[in-house]
Design a protein around this ligand. Structure first.
Ligand code: KG4
Ligand code: ZN
Length: 382
């Protein structure tokens, strides 16, 4: 099954082509340069950038997948060339998968409307995908050679951390077969392919962890996105330089809160002259990052002890952070549990590969959506 996947939930315009669960091509057009000076994503700028880039991104993904031989002279006109490639490339596609939500409403609309247009024009089946489910299952995406072959034991406890969400999710499979070894015969319909059930057991009550990093970075004048800049600066800083609170640490349950940390940081440095902040950037970044990581681990560890999963899965944009990955690995080793994280950075941050994978499972279970009925769902739950 050949899948064209589209993702436009935030500030990355993404398309990918998959052959079942294997990625043939992936294109991510990042808009960070457009949002950097505003210190965060501006929805209207995101929408317009998605609109102007989406078709080019899709045509590039189709071309790079090498599914289609383009044995004709491309038009010299850029717009016509894009249409030519899409027209021919779509012949080799079976299914279109698109992010329906959660995300920024007007950004989601661009992907959803494009997917509906293509599905109608080329008579393709359409699958609507939940963005968080995409992040959670990003650990199961394979490259074109079918690697990595992960046999993840379920139930698994997922930690998904990005600029828009921070959740601990219990992931259960309601079929008993190893993920990379689908038996295809002799099984009742709907049980031939994995069906996952999700239970959100903890989540942030206010800001997401990535948002907390982005806001602190903005206050320090470091631009957007803040996570990678804070990570880089933290390498040279002292992590116990500034005393910051660990929000909700004494609170029962597995929910997070990051707004108290952000506010405490804000008040501690708000009256500092610019040169004092600039001289202290590494120490500030190291102190802030340490508390974000410790807070994430504290509740995750509690939830692991309570739910006793067979494995752990970590994902989302913030999981690109090397210090966080290292601490999570250390914790998993101590708890004697296998932990899975996406094999490459592009699978942590927003991408269409993960949307294509979920789309593949849903298509195999025949969970299609009528293009006329499909609408964005900015507040979609799991
Ligand atoms: O998953 P993602 O690309 O988009 C959302 O769905 O939000 O996550 C983006 C978030 C941003 O807050 C960004 O600052 C953070 O992920 N991020 C990082 C790193 N790379 C991206 N945070 C910490 N360290 C990083 N290396
Ligand atoms: Zn995301």
């Amino acid at each position: 099954m050949k899948i064209l996947a589209i993702e436009t939930s935030c500030d990355d315009t993404c398309a990918a082509v998959l052959d079942n669960d294997r990625v043939l091509s992936s294109v991510i057009s990042s808009q960070t340069d457009l949002h950097a000076k505003w210190g965060g994503v501006v929805p209207d700028i995101a929408k317009r950038a998605h609109q102007s880039r989406i078709k080019a991104v899709i045509s590039l993904a189709l071309k790079r997948s090498n599914l289609t031989i383009f044995n004709f002279q491309f038009s010299k006109n850029n717009k016509e060339r894009i249409e030519q490639i899409i027209e021919k490339g779509m012949k080799d596609i079976d299914i279109i998968a698109v992010t329906q939500g959660p995300g920024l409403a007007i950004a989601l609309s661009v992907g959803v409307n494009t997917a509906k247009e293509l599905a109608t024009k080329y008579s393709k089946k359409l699958v609507a995908v939940n963005h968080i489910e995409g992040h959670l299952l990003s650990n199961l995406v394979k490259n074109s050679k079918g690697l990595p072959e992960r046999k993840i034991a379920f139930p698994s406890l997922g930690l998904t951390v990005s600029g828009g969400h921070t959740k601990i999710v219990l992931v259960k499979r309601n079929d008993q077969f190893p993920i990379s070894n689908f038996p295809t015969r002799g099984l009742p319909e709907g049980r031939q392919f994995p069906k996952f059930e999700y239970e959100v057991v903890g989540e942030t009550l206010d800001d997401a962890a990535g948002e907390a990093l982005d806001k602190a970075a903005k206050q320090m004048g470091l631009g957007y996105p803040g996570g990678p800049v804070i990570e880089r600066l933290a390498l040279k800083g002292k992590s116990d330089w500034l005393t910051l609170p660990h929000p909700m640490s004494g609170h029962k349950g597995f929910d997070y809160s990051f707004s108290g940390l952000k506010t405490s940081f804000y008040y501690q440095i708000k009256d500092w002259p610019k040169d004092k902040i600039n001289k202290s950037l590494s120490n500030l970044a190291a102190s802030y990052q340490k508390v974000v990581i410790e807070t994430l681990l504290l509740k995750y560890k509690k939830a692991i002890e309570f739910y006793k999963p067979k494995s752990l899965m970590a994902c989302g944009g913030v999981m690109a952070n090397t210090a966080l990955r290292k601490e999570l690995r250390k914790m998993a080793r101590k708890m004697n549990l296998p932990i899975y994280m996406p094999v490459k950075k592009a699978l942590n941050t927003d991408n269409a590969m993960m949307i294509g994978l979920v789309g593949y499972y849903k298509a195999k279970r025949k969970e299609f959506t009528d293009p006329e009925m499909l609408d964005r769902d900015p507040r979609a739950g799991l």
